[in-house]
Design a protein around this ligand. Structure first.
Ligand SMILES: [Mg+2]
Ligand SMILES: [Zn+2]
Length: 245
């Protein structure tokens, strides 16, 4: 439908990826390649707080150069990820209502590409915003999505503020008028974009049983906390929310 300004009016549906679109964390699912299902202690010791992307590169470097694991072997493990139940039907429902779907994820472009192609869901997304990943000499390298952002709510992910990503996406699409924005997530870094939904017809879809649910609960218990402006819906499997689209 066109508005007076000639803009295309539609709703935007934003999805986190790990534990929201898929049941696993793509950044750790390939740890099966390590002997004990975990990176050795010498690697774990190199993790610096809030520097996840740097740690990913340490792990990927070790796999390639110490263990001789090639990228096809990592791909094989990543492709074992399972879609959350009803997720494909949910995407289908959103598209049937002419909604636009984007992904905002702190995983990386290659892992997401492998999983969405394997599950034949790539065509549902108009954009995938995540840390860029490349292969050089058969070794994977992940870069930070942003070098820096200034959001005070996202200090734990210095490379990513998903609220900013959504704002940038809107700015990149001046021909579209996003009437409502709906956000699906499970993690701590999904709090900021969900809290920023200011329209009461927008919805924050909080996955039950993960960190975001706890974070919202403890936030709302604080004295003088500002209420969420959007509706909040708690869900575990995607088929539970099909009728809300
Ligand atoms: Mg997640
Ligand atoms: Zn933020």
């Amino acid at each position: 439908m066109d508005s007076e300004q000639g803009k295309n009016k539609l709703d935007l549906y934003v999805f986190d990826f790990d534990y929201t679109v898929i049941e696993q964390n793509s950044d750790t699912i390939f740890y099966t390649l390590f002997e004990n299902g975990q990176p050795p202690q010498e690697l774990a010791n190199q993790y610096v707080e809030n520097q996840w992307t740097a740690f990913m590169n340490i792990v990927l470097d070790y796999l390639k150069n110490k263990m001789g694991v090639d990228s096809s072997k990592i791909k094989e493990e990543i492709e074992k990820a399972d879609l959350v139940g009803g997720m494909k039907e949910l995407f289908e429902k959103i598209k049937s209502k002419d909604g636009e779907i984007i992904i905002c994820s702190d995983a990386n472009s290659l892992f997401i590409k492998w999983i969405v192609e394997k599950n034949q869901i790539a065509d549902y997304f108009s954009a995938i915003y995540t840390n860029p990943c490349t292969i050089q000499n058969d070794q994977l390298f992940v870069k930070r999505f942003y070098d820096q952002h200034s959001c005070p709510l996202c200090t734990q992910t210095p490379n990513m503020c998903k609220k900013k990503i959504i704002e940038d996406h809107i700015a990149k699409n001046p021909n579209k008028e996003y009437v409502n924005i709906h956000y699906f997530g499970d993690g701590k870094n999904d709090f900021c974009p969900m809290f920023s939904l200011k329209n009461q017809n927008s919805t924050g879809f909080v996955r039950k049983g993960f960190a975001l649910e706890k974070k919202i609960e403890s936030y709302l218990k604080q004295e003088n906390s500002d209420p969420f402006k959007c509706k909040l819906v708690y869900w575990k499997q995607a088929h539970e929310i099909l009728n809300l689209i």
